[in-house]
Every structure is written in C-alpha cells, then in structure tokens.
Ligand binder design. Structure first.
Ligand code: ADP
Length: 517
C-alpha cells in the first residue's frame, strides 16, 4: 500500500510535469495570438479612420473644383466691379437644381468659411432652402483685391455625395496603395456616405462580416453627413481573424486532448499499479488459505495416527475437523477453478427448473453442522410456497455457500446468521443476513470486483482470496439475476441473490460466457 501510494505520487508528479509546461506553452500561444488579433484590430481601425478622413477631404476638394469650374465669368465681372454682371454670370452658370446667389460683403458676416486647399469656401451653417439645399460659394474680389462678396450656388449635399462618391473614392483619396503594414488595400475598404437620419446615401463596396467601421462627420456645406469606412467583403481582415480564431480552436483542442490523454494515461497506470498490488496480495492470500487447512488436517491426522486421542468423543471431533477443513479446502479450490473457468469463458451452466427452497435447505443444513461448534446460530426462514427458479442448482448452492462463508468470516461476537427466502416481481431471492462488521457504503460496489478485499482490521485477520463475491456476481449474471448488498458498518450485512422465476419445466443445457465484472 505504501509502495502504491508512493507510485501514485510519482505518477501525479509526472502528470504535472507534462501538463503544466504544456498548458503554459498553450497559454503563451493563446496570449500571443490575442496580441496579434488586438494589433490587427487597432491597425484596421486606424486605417479606416484614415480612409474616412481622406474621403471627407476628397469631397471638400471635389466641391471646390465644382465651384471653380463655373465661377470664372463671375470672377471676371467682379474684377471690373460690375455687380449686375456678377449676378448675370452666376445665373448663367446655374442649373434648375442649383440656383445661384450673390452674397454682398455687408452680409458675409452671417456666413462661415471652410478652408479647402487654402481657398475659403463660403457656406452658411444650418441654413437650408425649401428643398434642403445649402449655399456653397467662393469669394469674389475687385481689381484691387478688395472682397466684393461671395458668389455661389445652392447645392443639395445628399445628391452631391451620391453623385460624387465613386469618383472621390477612386480618384481623390491621397494614399499609398497599402497602408499600415499592408494589411488592407484601399480597394478593399467599403466607404459609405450617411445622412443625419442614418440612411446610407451611397456606398462603394459592401462591408464584410468583420467590418471594423469608423465614421467621420463632415463639415461646411456637408454638415450633418458622415463618411463611414469599413472592411469590405474582400478585405483580408476577415480571413486573418478566422485564422486567428482557428488558432485559438487548435490551442483549445490541443489542451483538451492533452488533459484527457494525461488523465487516462495516469488512470491506466494507477490501475496497473493497483492490479499488480492486488495480484501479489491475491497470491499470498491464496497460499495462506491453502496452507492453513492443510496444516490443520495434517495435525489432526498425526494426532489420530499417534493414538493420542483417547475417547470416542474426541476421536469424532478430530474427524469432524478433518472433514470441515477438507470441505473448506475443496471450496477454495472450486472457487479458484470456477473463477478461472468463468474468466476463460469455459464455465457451463445446466439451467433447469430448480426447487430453490430445497437447494437452500440442503446447503444451510450441511453448513449448520460445520459452524455449530463455533457458536453460530443459523436460522432459516423459508416461505412455504417459495417459487421454483430457472437455474443451475449446484452453482446456486455454491453462491449461497460463499455468502454463508463470508457471514461467518466477517462476524465478531454476535454470531447470528439468518437465511431468508423472498419473492419480488418475477424474481425469487435468498438473503443471508449477519450481525458482523458491516461494509461502508463507499465500498459496497467495490467488494464485487475480483481480488478486492477491504483493508479493514478484521478482514486483515480473516483468510480470503477476494474471489467469492466476484464469482457470485458472475454466476448470478449468467442466470439473468443479480446480487444485492445492504449493510451498516458494525451492525451487519445482508446479501441477497435474485434469480429469475421458472417459466416452463423442460430442462436445457446452456453454455454461458462470462459477462465480466
Ligand atoms: P474474501 O472473503 O475471500 O476476501 P469476497 O469476494 O468473498 O472475498 O469478499 C470481498 C470482501 O468483501 C471481503 O474481503 C470483505 O472485506 C467484504 N465482505 C464480504 N462479505 C462480507 C460480510 N458479510 N460482512 C462484511 N464484509 C464482507
């Protein structure tokens, strides 16, 4: 046990030695991947901000060009100081959608300036005409350079954005083809112009599944509108993020596989150590169990041979002892051989209708003789009409004998044993109750495993190979029945064998492979 505890500790240390560094590396991998993912997010956001700002600036330049294209005649007229000609020139360049206006110097105080390429663009904040148009104009000067006023047109910003988004994005963005480490090209950015009510006025390229959208508000005549830049469907950020997620998934799967493999590996090793320990204690238990009855028989035979026994009563006592030890020896050898046969799948059962009451009575009667002189009382409680069962009589008797043997072995001073016949839903049972040492609840499943003997003080003193209950369970399973235990430590145990009730009367021979336990 100490050796096994030591080996367990070594195994746990090996397990920790393998899993901890691996978990550490996996954690580091996950941390690095997270870092890359965050850096990528930040770079993408910065690039989208840049693209949105560039688009806003591009629109301002586009509007400036739009005004400059038409202002030349008005500028000429202004230089001559001819206000009427200025009006006429502006109107001549107007369209039904973009009417012209001249703002005299005296009124310019209500207007704002937006510097585009160092040219002041004149506009009036918030003011719209009935059709939602805004004034956008340029300064007009006379020949001495004195400002005469501003001339311009009422443009509809939404429709200007709608018409010019494509050319602005394609031509007016000043940028390298690839920015910020070359992750995204400007041709992979989705750009949209959005009105103040959130409606998308126009967009170039649709945003992808991982858009990282960044919005920049517009100024001047475009006040209230926004430009949104996002990753498009063809942007590599989506695929890169998927790779990073895949990397996380791989790390997760690797950690799970590692933990599961280590767990099962260690459990297997612990079981092997336990099995080796159990096997070696089984061998010493068996040899001890064989030696004791042989020694007792030899002693009795020698005593009889030497004629030391004087009275007939003593003579019979020695003969009974020899008989009892021979039965015990025989039972042990039978158990071992049966166990080996069951393990090898060679144990055959002769199933037929059996009078279980008869089997119980015979077994109990013969057993009573064996334990009488040890001070045990063996009570038998059989209902008068205990149904017949389908089973192998001798095998069932062997099971009952094993239970009786255990009841005797694991009883202390209270030497009462009761055998009872019981019936329950198609099953007929026989229970053996003792007032012995009992079994703790946590051990009540384990005791049916082969070679298992509890480490209890009394069990230690009692001989046994740890085969009896395993054998009983295998035989009962082959019958389609089962064995149950109910026990309270220091109060006693009740083992019950449940066997299927007989249905017909014909006898058949069935060969049973073990179910394994
Ligand atoms: P063995 O009796 O040879 O050790 P068994 O397979 O018959 O092997 O029993 C396994 C273990 O179950 C025993 O070692 C003992 O610890 C426990 N056990 C079995 N029967 C009883 C009982 N009636 N009372 C208390 N403990 C029992």
């Amino acid at each position: 046990m100490i050796a096994s505890r030591f080996s367990r500790r070594v195994l746990i240390l090996i397990g920790l030695g393998v899993t901890l560094p691996a978990l550490l590396l996996a954690g580091l991998g996950a941390f690095l991947a997270l870092g890359v993912s965050r850096a990528l997010d930040a770079q993408t956001d910065r690039y989208h901000l840049y693209m949105a700002q560039q688009t806003v600036a591009g629109f301002e330049r586009e509007l400036l060009a739009h005004l400059r294209e038409r202002i030349a005649p008005a500028e000429n007229a202004a230089r001559k100081g001819d206000e009427l000609a200025v009006h006429a020139a502006l109107s001549a360049a107007a369209t039904p959608n973009e009417p012209a206006s001249f703002v005299p110097l005296a009124e310019l105080g209500d207007y704002y300036l937006l510097l585009v390429e160092s040219t002041p663009l004149v506009y009036q904040s918030g003011l719209k005409d009935a059709r939602g148009r805004r004034f956008a104009g340029l300064m007009l000067r006379d020949e001495r350079g004195q400002v005469l006023g501003a001339g311009g047109w009422w443009i509809e910003p939404g429709s200007f954005l709608r018409t010019h988004l494509q050319p602005v994005v394609e031509e007016r963005i000043v940028s390298d083809e690839r920015m910020y480490g070359g992750i995204e090209s400007r041709r992979q950015v989705s750009i949209a112009a959005i009105a103040d009510d959130g409606i998308v006025v126009r967009s170039v390229r649709a945003p992808g599944a991982n858009p990282h959208p960044v919005e920049v508000g517009m100024e001047g005549p475009f006040e209230g509108y926004r430009i949104r830049a996002a990753a498009s469907t063809s942007a590599p950020i989506g695929a890169t993020k998927r790779l990073i997620m895949l990397n996380f998934a791989f790390i997760g799967v690797m950690v799970v596989v590692l933990l599961v493999a280590t767990f099962f590996g260690l459990r297997y090793a612990v079981r092997q150590i336990e099995l080796a320990r159990i096997k070696s204690s089984f061998l010493s238990n068996v040899s001890h169990e064989l030696k004791t009855p042989i020694a007792l028989i030899r002693l009795a035979v020698e005593t009889l041979e030497m004629g030391r026994v004087k009275t007939k009563e003593d003579h019979d006592k020695f003969l009974r002892r020899i008989s009892r030890e021979t039965v015990r020896l025989n039972q042990l050898v039978e158990n071992i051989l049966d166990f080996a046969r069951l393990e090898a799948g060679q144990r055959t059962f002769r199933f037929q209708d059996v009078d279980l009451a008869e089997v119980i009575r015979e077994t109990v009667d013969s057993y009573r003789l064996r334990i009488e002189d040890q001070g045990f009382t063996l009570a038998l409680d059989l209902p008068p009409d205990l149904p017949r069962v389908r089973g192998d009589g001798p095998a069932l008797a062997q099971c009952l004998l094993n239970l009786l043997d255990n009841a005797v072995k694991y009883s202390r001073d209270n030497k009462q044993i009761r055998v009872t016949g019981v019936v329950r839903e198609g099953l007929v049972g026989v229970s053996v109750a003792d007032r012995g040492i009992g079994i703790a609840t946590r051990d009540q499943r384990r005791i049916f495993e082969k070679f298992v003997r509890l480490e209890d003080g009394l069990v230690h003193d009692v001989k046994g190979a740890g085969l009896g209950l395993s054998l009983v369970q295998q035989i009962l399973r082959a019958h389609g029945g089962r064995v149950e235990v109910a026990s309270v430590p220091n109060e006693g145990s009740t083992f019950t064998l449940w066997i299927p009730r007989a249905a017909g009367t014909a006898a058949t021979v069935v060969s049973e492979a073990p179910t394994g336990s």
